[in-house]
Design a protein around this ligand. Structure first.
Ligand code: NAI
Ligand code: OAA
Length: 336
């Protein structure tokens, strides 16, 4: 009978028990807390690292009592704490940054959030350059290019590992359609492309079970401005946190499934993309097939109708400006 050597047995048990450290930067915030909770409940996460400029260790102590196997550790808000939090991470999620208040656009958050994301990206570039980085902080259309510029400056940029999280847009689209059509949202897969703000969010209903909706201005607007609905309802207390936590946890889970070797995992995401590079637009959200290294394949936009063509044109115009703004910010403000 074949007897596995000790080395073979060790190699087998390491691969069977994939170690997946996941770090949340901004873990004590409105998104960070429920997101961390959902990650604590995910058996694919073996180590959960929580960092925030305030409150990280408290949230970690609380979550650490939940009886799932993963370890949970909160880190002090120091450069050493940040570096230790990200070190060895498979996935780093970044929901750190201020949220909108009524009357603001996501772009109005740029002045505050650009430097927060830049500085966190520096720490990731230094201590976890191979991690898959999932950027949630707004304006995503600009913060993702900021992370790229920082990684490039550190000589560690890999386009396969940088993602802007646009999952909430497809989550919303699926739910809103199911409400209109009286269906189960799990059966409503709606492709949403472009970016993550207002008119840069383009739902492609012509590709769904309900092509009639592609001329329905009301539902298109609801998907594009779903975030504003929540901002208005929260009336000054912030923006979407719980639905965002669910969307972020879904995206992290998909990335981990692909890391674990699962095939055919597809999520929409704002990534460096060839689709509109000829128009000077480096980043675009479309369906992305995930693999062990991160981005495995970027799906094309596919067939769109006349109405969607017009929506895409408007989206590309804004996207270009948003992306350039992020790139210019790092060029002019490289930080320390
Ligand atoms: N991509 C998306 O679909 C969505 C993005 N967002 C964005 O996510 C961000 C966070 O939103 P909320 O959690 O509601 O805000 P929040 O204010 O409740 O939480 C933000 C957390 O970040 C922390 N923080 C600030 N600077 C930090 C730094 N330098 N390092 C580590 N932590 C830091 C704060 O202490 C706070 O705990 C906002 O920019 C918001 O616009 C919100 C919803 C959806
Ligand atoms: O609307 C906001 O500011 C937060 C966000 O990105 C969303 O809910 O989609």
């Amino acid at each position: 009978m074949f007897m596995a050597s000790r080395i073979q047995r060790r190699a087998f048990s390491a691969s069977a028990r994939q170690l997946s450290k996941v770090t949340v930067l901004g873990a004590a915030g409105g998104i960070g807390q429920p997101l961390s909770l959902l990650l604590k409940l995910n058996p694919k996460v073996t180590d959960l690292a929580l960092y925030d400029i305030r409150g990280g260790p408290g949230v970690a102590a609380d979550l650490s009592h939940i009886n799932t196997k993963s370890t949970v550790k909160g880190y002090e808000p120091t450069p050493e704490g940040l570096s230790a939090a990200v070190k060895g991470a498979e996935v780093v999620l970044i929901p750190a940054g201020v949220p909108r208040k009524p009357g603001m656009t996501r772009d109005d958050l740029f002045n505050t959030n650009a430097s927060i994301v830049r500085d966190l990206a520096k720490a990731v570039a230094k201590s976890a350059p191979e991690a898959k980085v999932l950027v949630i902080a707004n304006p995503v259309n600009s913060t993702v290019p900021i992370v790229r510029e920082v990684f490039k400056a550190h000589g560690v940029y890999n386009p396969k590992t940088l993602f802007g999280v646009t999952t909430l847009d497809v989550v919303r689209a699926s739910r809103f359609v199911s409400e209109v059509k009286g269906t189960d949202p799990k059966d409503e897969e709606i492709t949403v492309v472009g970016g993550h703000s207002g008119v840069t969010i383009v739902p492609l209903f012509s590709q769904s079970n309900h092509p009639d909706l592609s001329s329905n201005a009301e539902i298109i607007k609801r998907v594009q401005f779903g975030g504003d609905e929540v901002v208005k309802a929260k009336d000054g207390a912030g923006s979407a946190t719980l639905s965002m936590a669910q969307a972020g946890a879904r995206m992290a889970d998909s990335v981990l499934r692909a890391v674990g070797g699962e095939k055919g995992v597809v999520e929409p995401s704002f990534v460096e993309s060839p689709l509109y590079k000829d128009q000077g637009i480096d980043f675009f959200s479309s369906k992305v097939e995930l693999g062990p290294e991160g981005v495995a394949k970027i799906h094309p936009v596919g067939q769109v109708d006349a109405n969607e063509t017009a929506l895409l044109e408007a989206a590309l115009k804004d996207l270009k400006k948003n992306i350039e703004k992020g790139v210019e910010f790092v060029a002019k403000n490289p930080g320390n």
